[in-house]
Design a protein around this ligand. Structure first.
Ligand code: BTN
Length: 265
């Protein structure tokens, strides 16, 4: 067991020795096990922890997903991490950061593994129509501005099919399943951090990020069905507005703003 995991450990030293970034992950909290990296990062950010701080864990015991769902984060199988960001943006722009994250993870994986992940609104990454990555950003506001954003990213990396509970096997995948080889998580992590850092420098040029996002979203510009607060809406996925909300053109011609929905396949 020991030999099996040591080469791939996400220790602070190992990550630092491979890192290419200038401001992301200059400070690292690396845990063997933690409740939720988002929860830990949020508490540190409230105490003034600096921008770029990385919180990462081999396992999360209370991993959080969107809409109060849980996020399965088994020991050494994936990348479960959070970044503390302090963008100089008005509160209304907070919803744009997950797009930046989705694009960055997709670009890194394409470059590193020669795979072409697609994006599913609002912020899932898919391969062969199955989810392998989820993004949860949690925002703290102060005086009408963003005080900080905790950008949480969960990636299924080295799961084999039987590592997923049976009921999820037709909707979840891992990078290992897709490329049929074990992946060095630290190596992948530092690639992802470089892409996030480079795209983060474009934060004020959001059109560019959104245009990259739309190109990777096969449902953009298509007829879709969305569930929001128990209501189902059918329409054309027409646009993403300048705060990151989906604009859905209903059959009636009316534009419906979707703030917290899920697309149905
Ligand atoms: C989703 O698709 O519902 C979002 C999942 C986000 C999971 C990540 S794992 C690292 C970070 N810490 C958490 O508790 N959640 C996010």
């Amino acid at each position: 067991m020991k030999n099996k995991i040591t080469f791939d450990l996400l220790s602070e030293d190992r990550i630092k020795s491979m890192l290419h970034t200038k401001f992301l992950a200059q400070k690292i909290y690396a845990f063997w096990s933690v409740g939720s990296t988002n929860e830990f990062a949020y508490r540190r950010a409230l105490l003034g922890e600096k921008e770029g701080t990385l919180v990462i864990a081999e396992e999360q015991t209370r991993g959080r997903g969107r809409k109060s769902r849980s996020w399965d984060s088994p020991f050494t199988k994936g990348l479960w991490f959070s970044l503390i960001l302090r963008p100089d943006l008005p509160a209304s722009k907070a919803g744009l950061v997950p797009y930046l994250a989705g694009v960055s993870v997709a670009e890194a994986i394409e470059n590193y593994l020669n795979l072409k992940p697609s994006l599913k609104w609002p912020n899932d990454l898919l391969l062969t129509d199955k989810k392998f990555c989820g993004i949860l950003s949690e925002v703290e506001f102060m005086n009408g501005k963003i005080h900080f954003i905790i950008l949480g990213i969960g990636i299924n990396v080295n799961h084999k099919v039987h590592d997923f509970p049976e009921q999820y096997r037709n909707q979840a995948t891992s990078l290992r399943i897709e490329v049929d080889k074990r992946i060095d998580r630290a190596d992948l992590l530092v690639q992802i951090l470089s892409y996030i850092e480079n795209n983060y420098l474009l934060i004020n040029n959001f059109e560019e990020i959104l245009s990259k996002w739309k190109k990777r979203c096969p449902k953009f510009g298509e007829e879709i069905s969305v569930i929001q607060e128990g209501e189902k809406y059918d329409g054309l996925f027409e646009e993403i507005d300048n705060e990151g909300f989906m604009l859905l053109r209903l059959k009636s011609g009316i534009i419906k703003k979707i703030v917290a929905g899920d697309i149905l396949f």
